[in-house]
Every structure is written in structure tokens, then in C-alpha cells.
Design a protein around this ligand. Structure first.
Ligand code: ADP
Ligand code: MG
Length: 237
């Protein structure tokens, strides 16, 4: 039985656009379990990224509660949120979000710099992570000297270097070809499973949900259906 790491309770997000209100997330309740690969699946505009940003503490909900390790993140101020993200979460984005002037290794060490880890330990741990993603021979390359797949490997190494409890990935393979997509999904799910880390992946690609333990289907800002592939293995909420 896995416990919930994140409890989402009737969360709404309304954007005000001039005189128009857009309900990006319209009352979602969902528990995310420790160690699961949870896929948020839905068409473009269904509210996947908004939901991900809310549960990762990047945006505030308009109403509802998001409880991460028993703490209400919707009640945190900016400093508390920054601290929370640093301690517990890693991110992988579609566009990699690497700093262009830094090498692969320097990009991977960034989360450790914010945690005041000494230089030598930072470099050793970054090198270990780069090995884990198969990029030790690209440690001193800058992002523009690498392929898209290699850049995404660097960003995966950066997401995992702090051993975060949860890694959030928003369309992590959206810019990659099919073969690289599967390599990247194999890598990110293997890294997460190895240490019982939770992985929340946003995608519009049904095929990627093969990697999920649970698939949460979103439509118009609501949960349409949840497919639990662990059911029948004695798993319970
Ligand atoms: P998805 O990731 O599933 O494609 P999003 O969560 O990005 O969907 O968007 C859901 C809805 O909210 C869309 O209609 C989108 O236009 C709207 N939306 C998202 N972000 C903003 C924003 N910052 N301001 C206004 N509307 C937004
Ligand atoms: Mg999106």
C-alpha cells in the first residue's frame, strides 16, 4: 500500500483575461501516491500544465487545498514556496530550460549551489548524475553543443540531483523524435523507480501513458477518468 504524498482537494484556477474569466482547472480532487508514475493526460488546453504548476507550487490556486507531506502549499508565501520546491521537487520541462552559458555539469550542479553544497562535492555528484544519464563525455559541453535528447538528459540529471521526493515533467518529450522519446521515458521512469520517487508527467501523447502506474485523464479542467494499472496487485488508497 502506498501513502499519498500530495492530496489535491477541489482545486480551481481561474484566470482573469480583461473582462473574461477562464477556468483552467475547474474543481479537481486527486491523491498522488509516493513512488508512483502518474500521468496527466489530455488534449491541449485541458488544464494539464496549470494543474502541474499548482501542485508543484509554481502557481497559487484560486480555491481549494493542495497538501504536500501534510503541509498546505496554497497557504505558503513566496519564500516558503521557494524553500519547499528546493527541498522536495525537481522539474523537467519540454524546452529543457538549461542556462545557455553554462556547461552540462554546471547546469546539473545548480540545485546544489542553492543548497550551499561545497564545490568539490557538487562536481562529484553532478558527474555521477551525468554518468547515470549516459552523458559523462559531454560534461563540459554547453547546451548549444548538444542534441535535443542530450539536453533533455542534462535537465533530467539536474531534476534528480537533489534526490527530490517528487519530479514534475511537463511534456518532457514534446520536442524529441520517437526513438529519443522512448529513451527519455525509460531513463526518467527508471531513475524515479530506483529510489521510490514520485513522477508526475504531463502529456497529450496516449502512448507515453504506457509508462504510467496511473493515468489521470483531464478534459476541460476536470478529471474525466482515472485508470489505475496497479489495481489487482493489492494496492489500495
Ligand atoms: P494544457 O497544458 O492541457 O494544454 P493549460 O493548463 O496550459 O492546458 O491551459 C488550460 C486553459 O487555461 C487554456 O484554455 C489556456 O488558454 C488557459 N490558460 C493557461 N494559462 C493561462 C494564463 N496564464 N492566463 C490566462 N489563461 C491561461
Ligand atoms: Mg501544457
Amino acid at each position: 500500500m502506498s501513502r499519498s504524498v500530495i492530496r489535491i482537494k477541489d482545486v480551481k484556477k481561474i484566470y482573469q483575461m480583461g473582462s473574461e474569466q477562464i477556468q483552467a482547472v475547474s474543481g479537481i480532487s486527486l491523491n498522488i501516491r509516493q513512488g508512483e508514475v502518474c500521468c496527466l493526460l489530455g488534449k491541449s488546453g485541458s488544464g494539464k500544465s496549470t494543474l502541474l504548476n499548482l501542485i508543484a507550487g509554481l502557481e497559487k490556486p484560486s480555491s481549494g487545498a493542495i497538501i504536500f507531506n501534510k503541509k498546505h502549499i496554497e497557504r505558503m508565501n513566496e519564500d516558503q514556496l521557494a524553500d519547499f520546491r528546493q527541498k522536495y521537487v525537481g522539474f523537467v520541462f519540454q524546452s529543457y530550460n538549461l542556462l545557455p552559458t553554462l556547461t552540462a555539469m554546471e547546469n546539473v550542479t545548480l540545485p546544489l549551489i542553492f543548497k550551499n553544497v561545497p564545490l568539490q562535492e557538487r562536481n562529484e555528484r553532478a558527474m555521477e548524475m551525468l554518468k547515470a544519464v549516459g552523458l559523462e563525455d559531454r560534461a563540459h559541453h554547453k547546451p548549444h553543443e548538444m542534441s535535443g535528447g542530450q539536453q533533455q538528459r542534462v535537465s533530467i540529471a539536474r531534476a534528480f540531483i537533489n534526490s527530490p521526493q517528487v519530479v514534475f515533467a511537463d511534456e518532457p518529450t514534446g520536442n524529441l523524435d520517437t526513438r529519443t522519446t522512448y529513451e527519455m521515458m525509460d531513463l526518467i521512469t527508471a531513475l524515479a523507480k530506483k529510489n521510490n520517487q514520485t513522477l508526475v508527467i504531463v502529456t497529450h501523447d496516449l502512448e507515453l501513458s504506457d509508462y504510467a502506474d496511473r493515468i489521470v485523464m483531464l478534459s476541460d479542467g476536470k478529471v474525466e477518468r482515472i485508470e489505475d494499472k496497479t489495481q489487482g496487485e493489492g494496492e489500495k488508497e
